[in-house]
Design a protein around this ligand. Structure first.
Ligand SMILES: [Zn+2]
Length: 437
């Protein structure tokens, strides 16, 4: 009996590759128009596999193995595309090219300038595979390259609404250069993200979360490739516009309305809340696929010391006097963060500038090539605390002296953070050293 089972099992494993070959040929089959199929549904493949007496588990193994080979693409880690199998990757990339590098097509100007395209235009691109257009865009939305917007009425291009049909927002399709916000600007909140595998395009993902979950949200088309703008129209207050500037690991969020009156309306806090919640939704979805992703929300501090204040759920704003006195856009963001239960207090990324100096920080900037007297003045080092250094000649002893001065500065400073030292050095003409921090 046991032998029989073994024999059956052996036969089954021997037959498996053969079934895979049959299934593979089916997957590259032609559709009714004689064109190669680009996307198949897993449910369809399952049904065909049943005829070959294959189990569901075997089909999934088949899909996984051929994805590893690179001959098909199946991404079951994303819930929304679990039924989608890209069986012709080459053609899929051809369509990606068509979408991102349109030439002379009627939809091209809007797409290249604002990253906006209507569903009917997408269908035109897919005239050879009309049945695959929606699946294609679902894949792009799932991997955060596109954001789906239910109606063009929720998109403003030069103050004009678009047609009432589904549209897609592809922030990366825009060809204009990135906007570089001025360094001295500090009227924003920011999301800091940390990950080894940093998500390349958070913009589409956050836009998708904001636009899907808020009926009143409108996308204001912008041509800078790293800016997305949203307008929130509540019944109780004035329309509030918020801008998101994507730049490396820090994404800035800014309330656009110029008048400071706007900051006293509950509608403003509500709009901030929607942006924070949308961002958290997007980032938490990303955490499922990027394990080391951490994020936190903060506002830059208005005082001369710099640094920032972190914002948490269920936590009173911990703003310093300078921040609560100056104006209250910081209060809007912190009130909004306080309400957002998707913002947790643990595991967040913290900007390292607020950290106290570490030994690595100090040793990392030590050099023998600096002006000894100027450095001593810059850090306000009391002569009496320094041993006799009049004989400083060689590089080695200059390095030792620099280390000593930095340690003395650390001791005499109430909050010796990286940020504080950086500022001190920059103010006193040691920008080259500050850059190394
Ligand atoms: Zn402050």
């Amino acid at each position: 009996m046991e032998d029989l089972i073994k024999y059956k099992y052996k036969q089954r494993t021997l037959l498996l590759p053969l079934r895979w070959i049959v299934l593979r040929s089916l997957v590259v089959s032609l559709d009714s128009r004689g064109a190669k199929v680009m996307i198949l549904h897993r449910s369809f493949i399952l049904q065909k596999a049943k005829e070959l007496e294959m189990t569901e588990k075997e089909v999934d193994e088949f899909l996984k193995t051929f994805t590893d080979f690179g001959s098909i693409l199946y991404m079951p880690q994303y819930e929304k595309v679990k039924d989608i199998v890209i069986v012709n990757i080459w053609e899929f990339t051809q369509y990606l090219d068509k979408l991102y590098y349109p030439e002379g097509d009627s939809y091209a100007p809007k797409l290249l300038k604002y990253g906006v395209i209507s569903k009917s235009s997408v269908k035109k691109i897919f005239c050879k595979h009309p049945e695959s257009a929606e699946d294609f865009m679902t894949v792009l939305t799932t991997i955060a390259m596109a954001s789906k917007i239910k109606s063009g009425r929720s998109i403003l291009i030069d103050d004009h609404q678009q047609l009432d049909e589904v549209h897609y927002y592809l922030p990366l399709a825009r060809i204009r250069a990135e906007y570089n916000p001025p360094e001295e600007e500090n009227d924003y909140a920011f999301i800091e993200m940390k990950s080894v595998n940093f998500p390349a395009n958070v913009q589409a993902c956050i836009s998708n979360a904001i636009m899907t979950n808020n009926k009143d949200a409108v996308l204001i088309a912008t041509d800078y490739s790293n800016i997305s703008r949203f307008l929130f129209q509540s019944e109780s207050g004035p329309p509030i516009s918020i801008e998101m500037v994507y730049k490396g690991s820090k994404t800035r969020l800014r309330i656009m309305n110029s008048s400071s009156d706007i900051l006293s309306f509950p509608a403003t806090v509500e709009a901030c809340y929607k942006v924070i919640t949308g961002s958290c939704r997007c980032l938490q979805r990303k955490i499922n696929t990027i394990r080391d992703l951490k994020y936190s929300f903060a506002v830059p501090c208005a005082s001369s010391k710099g640094g920032c204040h972190f914002l948490y759920h269920n936590c009173e704003p911990q703003l310093c006097d300078a921040c609560s006195a100056e104006n209250n856009f910081r209060l809007c963001w912190s009130k909004a963060a306080k309400q957002c239960d998707l913002l947790s207090k643990g595991g967040e990324a913290r900007t390292s500038e607020n950290d106290l100096l570490s030994f690595q920080d100090i040793s990392g900037i030590i050099t023998g090539k600096y002006d000894f007297e100027a450095f001593k003045r810059a850090l306000n080092i009391d002569e009496s605390n320094l041993p006799d250094l009049s004989s400083l000649q060689d590089e080695d002893s200059k390095k030792k002296a620099m280390m000593l001065m930095l340690l003395l500065w650390e001791k005499q400073t109430s909050k010796p953070t990286r940020h504080a030292l950086k500022d001190k050095l920059k103010e006193n003409g040691f920008s080259d050293i500050a850059e190394k921090l």
